[in-house]
Design a protein around this ligand. Structure first.
Ligand code: NAD
Length: 494
């Protein structure tokens, strides 16, 4: 056992100190990758960086394991446990990769440059510069959709980034502590403890489930006075939540929420948000519509994705993107339509698949395979050129035959490498945690839906997420957080 621990510790130590990296050849093409999310990072992980001059630009110098972000809002998981520094990933590559912590503000397709800006807290001002590219991969994701609804940006919390989860965590405790403040009116206490989630997609459902767990497991034990007023409401414009799941899983989710005492308000479309109320249009059973004002303490806005300005700007430069609304239209090799040297992955690309982490991850891995193959093809073609020159200079039959055999071998290799087919998504399934140790899942390889609760599902959900974590380090940190919360409860400090 001691030997095993020693070997594991040594291999981790070894990973932290990989062999020296070498500088890439400046004559090679410059490949610029925008973003450090699911698409870009899975590309980086599988890319042979020695074939290109690779430059990564992202305002976030870490990868974020987004499926567990809802758990950070209640302190079940600490946010650093689901962050993986991008430098850790780049350090493992054979050839050096440059990383700039900056935001890409414009892609100039004609000039083949990306304009980037760094809003540095240390310098106190914004630095602007340009990064030229031969090849560009856009993996910048999407921003939160607000549909221009008044007051959303000012008054609600989103759930996309680490800072969003931290804001929600603070806001929950702020609402609770303020509700407990001396001499609050009963109406104000009720308002402050009303937690409203807008959007019944997986983000809204998972967050509502986690929040109710927080209340049941910890809050009501530490602060019993809030018991009668703390309430979670999920608001959805459509007739049901989780439209991408089957009817069976939707029914299971809705009945679980009922048991958990989470209110689901379907056919309720939010039209306006103020600092204390949301105004929603409700479609009544007889088809008539009425307006309702709903007071809230915390408002979490989870109504899906919208196109980022940098992507919209590129679309406006390309006539081939004129009919595209939701993001960059790409071909079956993920090349942005209207370009030859720009690819898009993840939520900023429009494909036939839902904008999920699973799709983005597979797209990134596909591009790595494509780029590795393209580099291999280039090398073989250059070798073929050299060999054909050698053949024409060969003096003896023996030399000519040897070179001829080598040419045939290279041609065979070339045919093999060129066989890379278009991107094909392989759906492994969808999983959503719905609170109360229950999860819904549609698992394609089991060709069926699983809607169940109890220890087994809970363990399945947890082990599925743990196995998906990007690094062993993240896996250990997340497991420790879960154990900590089981033993001591969640941390209810603000
Ligand atoms: P979504 O687009 O799936 O759902 C948003 C919901 O908000 C929709 O049902 C829409 O009808 C509703 N909505 C929009 N405007 C509204 C309004 N004004 N008032 C009330 N309701 C309104 O968004 P999401 O949940 O953030 O998911 C985004 C993507 O990420 C999806 O493709 C999803 O599948 C994926 N995702 C998957 C998981 C998972 O598999 N566990 C988790 C999170 C996200």
């Amino acid at each position: 056992a001691l030997g095993l621990i020693g070997a594991t510790a040594y291999s981790i130590y070894d990973l932290r100190h990989p062999e020296e990296q070498y500088e890439p050849d400046p004559t090679k093409k410059t490949l610029v990758i925008l973003g450090t999310g699911w698409g870009s990072v899975s590309l980086l992980k599988k890319l042979d960086t020695e074939n290109y001059n690779v430059v990564v630009v992202s305002p976030r110098n870490y990868f974020l394991f987004t499926p567990l972000l809802p758990s950070c809002t209640t302190g079940l998981i600490e946010h650093r446990s689901i962050m993986e520094p991008i430098r850790n990933i780049l350090r493992q590559k054979k050839a050096t990769v440059k990383f700039y912590e900056a935001e890409a503000t414009k892609i100039d397709y004609e000039k083949r440059v990306v304009l980037i800006s760094d809003d540095s807290e240390i310098k106190g001002d914004i630095s602007h510069t340009e990064v030229p590219f031969d090849m560009l991969v856009i993996g910048v994701g999407a921003e939160n959709a607000t549909f221009g609804i008044q007051g959303v940006r000012e008054h609600s919390c989103f759930l996309k980034e680490v800072t969003d989860a931290q804001n929600i965590r603070k806001r929950i405790m702020d609402c609770v502590e303020t509700a407990m403040f001396k001499d609050q009116t009963p109406d104000e206490v009720k308002r402050l403890l009303h937690m409203v989630v807008v959007g019944g997609g997986p983000t809204g459902v998972e967050f509502a489930g986690e929040l109710q767990d927080f209340f049941n497991d910890d809050l009501k034990k530490w602060i019993p006075e809030i018991q009668d007023n703390f309430h979670v409401t999920l608001v959805e414009a459509l007739p049901n939540v989780l439209p991408m799941f089957s009817k069976q899983l939707i029914d299971y989710t809705e009945s679980t929420f009922k048991e958990e005492e989470i209110t689901i308000r379907t056919k309720t479309m939010v039209k306006k948000v103020t600092d204390k109320y949301i105004e929603a249009e409700v479609t009544n059973p007889d088809g008539s519509k009425s307006l309702e004002t709903i007071p809230y303490g915390l408002l979490v806005w989870a109504t899906g994705n919208a196109v980022r300005p940098v992507v919209r700007d590129l679309m406006s430069q390309l006539p081939a993107q004129a009919n595209s609304r939701r993001g960059l239209a790409v071909n079956e090799y993920l090349v942005v339509n209207g370009t030859e040297n720009i690819w898009a992955v993840g939520d900023c690309a429009i494909t036939n698949y839902a904008p999920t982490a699973q799709v983005a991850g597979q797209e990134g891995a596909f591009l790595a395979r494509l780029f590795n193959t393209m580099a291999k093809t280039d090398t073989i073609e250059k070798e073929l050129q050299t060999l054909s020159n050698e053949q024409s200079l060969a003096k003896t039959d023996e030399d000519r035959n040897r070179v001829f055999d080598e040419i045939r071998e290279r041609q065979k290799q070339l045919r093999r490498t060129k066989q890379i087919g278009p991107f094909q998504y392989s759906h492994q399934g969808s999983l959503a945690y719905i609170g109360k140790e229950r999860a819904v899942a549609d698992i394609s390889w089991l060709s069926g839906n699983i809607a169940s609760g109890g220890t087994l599902t809970y363990l399945f959900w947890r082990s599925a997420y743990l196995s998906m974590c990007f690094s062993s380090r993240n896996r250990v940190l997340v497991a420790v957080d879960w154990i900590k919360a089981r033993l001591f409860g969640r941390d209810v400090s603000r």
